[in-house]
Design a protein around this ligand. Structure first.
Ligand code: COA
Length: 259
């Protein structure tokens, strides 16, 4: 694994990815993006890992955006291609396992967009979030104009994107940009507690839940309802459904295998 992205495997089941450029506020440069591709590819095929947590190194930043230094000499076509080819945002959204963003500080621009491509956002009470691209004469390019309005509503998204203003964790929780906040010194333990709970469930049910929740955003309601029913039916062919139902009836804890 590269130095700019650390991978820990906790209790076998939780993969923790840490963007490690603390002196640059964990800004996303090409090396980080390529490392994320590689790491997610490895975690996708690691049957032990059931949930992924992504965070930033140090105590100041989750990810303070794309690396602005890389923008300086970039041309239009080159930039367009690089956004298309290394689209970590879609990769994370379509990743078959739940991904939790553990937001430990500045969560800006591409960092905020990356957190929105995760399934769950858990923030420290000291986190600051925003889409400040407009201050650089550009707009969000990693899905911010699309995912933010869907999460917080069009007006609030417009306020954040057009003003470039940063908001604190409390306000982010109020508007639905983050799902939970904890005191900074409890963030890791409390996030891992949530990750552990999720990791104890059936991996195939988690994938079905993730894809069905995404369908709510991607499909008209009637199509989304059909999609959910198809997954629901499919799960009745799994050993995990027999295990889950059997364990309930036998009053014991289930042991899910993902089969
Ligand atoms: N890209 C590249 N470098 C970045 C960066 C980014 N997105 N965000 C921070 N850094 C670097 C700074 O240039 C500085 O590097 P240096 O020490 O070599 O000069 C270092 O990280 C520390 O940042 P600094 O600005 O000194 O810290 P601060 O506490 O005064 O401010 C921020 C922190 C996050 C508010 C500020 O760095 C900032 O506004 N960053 C840019 C955020 C942004 O516009 N993101 C969207 C990009 S599209």
């Amino acid at each position: 694994m590269s130095e700019v992205l650390l991978l820990e495997k906790l209790e076998g089941r939780i993969g923790v990815l840490t963007v490690n450029r603390p002196d640059k506020m964990n800004a996303l440069n090409r090396e980080v993006r390529e490392s994320l591709f590689e790491a997610l590819e490895a975690l996708r095929h690691d049957d032990e890992v059931r949930v992924v947590v992504i965070t930033g190194s140090g105590d100041r930043a989750f990810i303070a955006g794309a690396d602005i230094a890389e923008f300086k000499d970039a041309g239009a076509v080159e930039q367009y291609r690089s956004m298309q080819e290394s689209n970590i945002y879609s990769l994370m959204e379509d990743f078959p396992k739940p991904i939790i963003a553990m937001i430990n500080g500045y969560c800006l621009g591409g960092g905020c967009e990356l957190s929105m491509a995760c399934d769950i956002r858990i923030a420290s009470d000291r986190a600051k979030l925003g889409q400040p691209e407009v201050n650089l004469g550009i707009i969000p390019g990693g899905g911010g104009t699309q995912r933010l309005p869907r999460l917080v509503g069009e007006g609030r998204a417009a306020l954040l994107i057009m003003s470039g203003t940063l908001i604190g964790a409390d306000e982010a929780l109020d508007i639905g940009l983050v799902d939970s906040i904890f005191p900074a010194d409890e963030l890791r333990d409390r996030t891992l507690e949530i990750a552990r709970t999720i990791a104890s469930k059936s991996p195939i049910a988690l994938q079905a839940a993730k894809e069905s929740i995404l369908a709510a955003r991607r499909m008209p309601l009637d199509e989304g309802l059909k999609f959910e029913r198809a997954w629901f039916g499919l799960l009745f062919s799994t050993q995990d459904k027999n295990e889950g139902v059997g364990a309930f009836l036998e009053k014991r804890d289930p042991e899910f295998t993902g089969r």
